[in-house]
Design a protein around this ligand. Structure first.
Ligand code: AP5
Length: 226
């Protein structure tokens, strides 16, 4: 099963991708995490990507797509994957289809996590991430037992450098510019499931699992009918 999570920054893509990956026993692929790893390792890609990420802009398509292609080639994806953070625009969506087609694969379902702006700002300004295992927490919504340390592995928690109000505004504007055409693309392929993601994380996860167990037909998934 190959699943894509779409949604604005702070919609909960990373949170839900980790949970889905656990439930479905599939790898979680996050282009944001892969890029941050490159930045922290000081690779050539990381050096190129850093300033785009700090400004909240998209890293150029060719760089991100090459990185994703290399990740998909690793071979642990034969039963599927949960993709979070890619595609970000129509060009990336088409590139993803081409990469998968060359492997005789295709995306099965695309979840759009619909989230309001006030919720996004609240979530991102309170997010804490583990430096060691990447687990996500939130100062109020999902507080760790100790605000400095990860509940899972004891690693140090930090605030992402792009989680400040100015950069969040740029990230949101970048997202809004590309979102409609991306959603139309997957709607046209009858793969898009629109879910409200303002609420409780468990409720959102359960809804996604319900769709996954229903044989993946997003037909009739207009949010008003669900
Ligand atoms: P990326 O890392 O992908 O960031 P993003 O898209 O801005 O999304 P976030 O990670 O901020 O949010 P999320 O939806 O995962 O929310 P989360 O689950 O953490 O990308 C970063 C940068 O890398 C981009 O700006 C760009 O420069 C570059 N990049 C990445 N991919 C690229 C691509 N394909 N092309 C070009 N450039 C690319 O949740 C947020 C917080 O809310 C957490 O604290 C969590 O605990 C809490 N929370 C989550 N769900 C709930 C809930 N239901 N209720 C209460 N709290 C919740």
């Amino acid at each position: 099963m190959r699943i894509v999570l779409l949604g604005p920054p702070g919609a909960g893509k990373g949170t839900q991708a980790k949970r889905l990956a656990y439930e479905l026993e599939l790898p979680h692929i996050s282009t944001g995490d892969l890029l941050r790893q490159n930045v922290s390792d000081g690779t050539d890609l990381g050096k190129l990507a850093k300033s785009f990420m700090e400004r909240g802009e998209l890293v150029p398509d060719t760089l991100v797509t090459r990185m994703l292609e290399a990740r998909i080639a690793l071979g642990d994806v034969k039963n599927g994957f949960i993709l979070d953070g890619y595609p970000r625009n129509l060009a990336q969506a088409r590139d993803l289809d081409n990469i998968l087609r060359s492997l005789s694969m295709e995306i099965n379902i695309v979840f759009y996590l619909d989230t309001s702006t006030s919720v996004i700002i609240q979530r991102l300004t309170g997010r804490l991430v583990c430096k060691t295992c990447g687990a996500n927490f939130h100062i109020k919504n999902m507080p760790p037992k100790n605000t400095l340390l990860c509940d899972n592995c004891g690693g140090k928690l930090y605030q992402r450098s792009d989680d400040n109000e100015d950069t969040i505004k740029t990230r949101l504007a970048v997202y809004q510019k590309e979102a409609a055409s991306l959603m139309d693309y997957y709607k046209g392929k009858n793969k898009l499931v629109n879910l409200s993601a303002d609420g409780n994380a468990d409720a959102v996860l359960n809804k996604m699992l319900e769709y996954c167990s229903q044989g993946l037909s997003p037909k009739g998934t207009d949010p008003a009918t669900r």
